[in-house]
Design a protein. Structure first.
Length: 190
């Protein structure tokens, strides 16, 4: 249920139609229509933002992320595919750039006990020696979390903090008490 709900929510947030989401989740279209109606009632700001994005594309043909990246959209401005691409651009670009900036800040520490290995768009993979782990995790968290200003569709500025969660383990598998006691476990940041 969690996977289906996540797919339906993300699909709707990125402008997906009930028909498309029903096909992807293998649910009846009517169920997705009801799901989307509930989302509209409970989270009207998402749909207001989607209309705002469509208007920006149709009138200006470009968007700028909170981190200052500008993108011009060269597709047909009223085409659903162009609008969906625009809806996805700001959140995906912002999270991706925020992650890349976090990795850059971690590397700038030049701490031999913190090794960044990869950027997974919205995840940082790294390693630290087991004995240093309790000491390094607060520094890693502090370095990754960097609030930044955003201006909403009404022109109101506020500070946004994208939270980080973590997982630790001695191998890439998911933790299981019997099958993989050294696997990844959720890390509590405290």
């Amino acid at each position: 249920y969690r996977d289906i709900s996540k797919r339906a929510t993300h699909g709707t947030s990125y402008g997906g139609t009930a028909r498309t989401i029903a096909r992807v989740t293998k649910l009846e279209e009517k169920i997705i229509e009801e799901f989307q109606a509930k989302l509209r009632r409970n989270f009207p700001g998402i749909f207001e933002w989607q209309r705002w994005v469509a208007h920006q594309i149709q009138t200006k043909g470009e968007l700028v992320t909170p981190l200052g990246f500008r993108r011009k959209f060269f597709g047909r401005r009223h085409d659903d595919a162009t609008v969906r691409a625009a809806i996805a651009f700001v959140p995906q670009s912002t999270v991706g750039r925020h992650t890349a900036n976090g990795i850059r800040r971690l590397r700038a520490l030049r701490d031999p006990g913190i090794v960044c290995m990869s950027n997974g768009h919205d995840a940082v993979t790294g390693q630290t020696p087991s004995l240093l782990f309790p000491e390094k995790m607060p520094l890693i968290r502090q370095t990754l979390i960097k609030p930044f200003p955003v201006v909403d569709i009404h022109g109101k500025e506020r500070i946004m903090t994208i939270p980080w969660d973590g997982a630790t383990g001695r191998n890439w598998g998911k933790y299981h008490k019997d099958k993989n006691p050294n696997g990844l476990r959720e890390y509590k940041w405290a």
